[in-house]
Write a protein that binds this ligand. Structure first.
Ligand SMILES: Nc1ncnc2c1ncn2[C@@H]1O[C@H](COP(=O)(O)OP(=O)(O)OP(=O)(O)O)[C@@H](O)[C@H]1O
Ligand SMILES: O=C(O)[C@H](O)COP(=O)(O)O
Length: 398
């Protein structure tokens, strides 16, 4: 890689370093339920703090559409960041303007400050020049350690690198090196599993992904969109009906590329999205109109595991079901454990990524058994497609 790293940052005592991190972590009832993303950025933060920098963290949380939203404030993440770092972490109620300036001005050398959600301003996602300038006003140096947000050309992930001396953080470096090592020249057959809930932002990636892999297993909310596109009624399931044409085109692209598409044959359906909800397993062709598919069923798990057994390389983003609420974690846990066992036997290179995917592997107790677990979901899939990631590209130009 040709970018500058923290090794190139000397004499930074007293310098204000803006560090873009990804704190888009799973949260339940205001508490962080999986701290992996925080743990991964801790080395960069602590190294800068030890070198005497004034460390100013920038991050987004959720998708608040450019307006402050109370339950998407980064304030609720501060206790978890403090726990992981073992150091005090101050909080600034805005990421630009007087509030941000006052919070940054109050820092002493080595102090750590987290500023409020960058997505509370429309300028963030637009990569707006004035907003980027307002962010840059509080820093002397920019470090990007948010590989998992590097597929976004936003002010804090891309724009800032044009205004301040820019460096890659330790996690950014480690992620790129590990992905290159594990997947740079993958052993075939390569099987990808894509599930989860971010259908509209990930579906477009699949047309390129099917050209890179031998089989694509689709689960989670993503599968419902494909099943509906085929003309099957998915009841009240999470589904983006307006993406039916995209889904159909991906199936055509996959056939052209010789990539098998594996959709669920059965599903576990419920009428409520809550732990322990009454549920039943039905054929995917017989989803009741008033129910939603919250997990793929046992026959589908068998098929997924058979593909994992055939694979030499597995790439996984997005859980197969709503794994946070039992019993809808069953398929994700079963497939994760099977992939982990094959990896431990030395038969499989397994690379998984994504905020919730990491949480799901931790839930299944197998995150340490995978070859590599990336913090990135969408960014990981785009990297896999071979797409340039704006947040990485801009560092390489420096
Ligand atoms: N059938 C389903 N119905 C509703 N939600 C589902 C279903 N299957 C999975 N999910 C939800 O998908 C979410 C995770 O999807 P997501 O695409 O965000 O994955 P991720 O690993 O976090 O990737 P990224 O890092 O890109 O966000 C989980 O919260 C899970 O409950
Ligand atoms: O969770 C992620 O994948 C990253 O934090 C990016 O989030 P986004 O998909 O809302 O841009």
């Amino acid at each position: 890689m040709t970018f500058k790293t923290l090794d190139d940052l000397t004499d930074i005592a007293g310098k204000r370093v803006l560090v873009r991190v990804d704190l888009n972590v799973p949260v339940k009832d205001g508490k962080v339920t999986d701290a992996t993303r925080i743990e991964r950025v801790a080395p960069t933060i602590l190294e800068l703090s030890k070198k005497g920098a004034k460390v100013v963290l920038l991050a987004h949380f959720g998708r608040p559409k450019g307006e402050p939203v109370a339950d998407q404030s980064l304030g609720m993440i501060v206790p978890a960041v403090k726990d992981v770092l073992g150091q005090p972490v101050a909080f600034g109620e805005d990421c630009i303007g007087d509030k941000a300036k006052a919070a940054v001005d109050a820092l002493k050398n080595g102090d750590i400050l987290l500023l409020e959600n960058t997505r509370f301003h429309k300028g963030e996602e637009k990569n707006d020049a004035d907003f980027t300038k307002a962010l840059a006003a509080n820093g002397d140096i920019y470090v990007n350690d948010a590989f998992s947000a590097a597929h976004r050309a936003h002010a804090s992930t891309e724009g800032l690198a044009h205004l301040l001396p820019a460096y890659a953080g330790r996690t950014m470096q480690a992620e790129l090196e590990a992905l290159e090592k594990g997947l740079g020249n993958p052993k075939r057959p390569v099987v990808a599993i894509v599930g989860g809930a971010k259908v509209s932002t990930k579906i477009d990636l699949l047309s390129n992904l099917v050209k890179k892999v031998d089989a694509l297993v689709i689960g989670g909310g993503m599968a419902n969109t494909f099943i509906a596109a085929r003309g099957t009624d998915v009841g009240k399931s999470l589904c983006e009906h307006d993406l039916a044409d995209t889904a159909k085109q991906i199936m055509i692209d996959a056939a052209t590329a010789g990539c098998a598409i594996i959709l669920p044959e059965d599903g576990v359906v419920a009428r409520e999205f809550k732990a322990g909800a009454d549920n039943e397993t039905v054929s995917i062709e017989a989803i009741p109109a008033d129910a939603m598919v919250l997990d793929v069923g046992p026959k589908s798990v068998e098929a997924v595991n058979a593909w994992i057994s055939r694979a030499s390389t597995l790439v996984w983003n997005g859980p197969l079901g709503a794994f946070e609420i039992a019993p809808f974690d069953a398929a994700t846990v079963a497939a994760a454990r099977h992939a982990a066992a094959r990896t431990k036997e030395g038969a499989l290179i397994s690379v998984a990524g994504g905020g919730d995917t990491v949480a799901a592997l931790n839930h299944a107790g197998v995150a340490d058994d995978f070859t590599y677990v990336s913090t990135a979901g969408g960014a990981f899939l785009e990297w896999m497609e071979g797409k340039p990631l704006p947040g990485v590209e801009v560092l390489q130009q420096k």
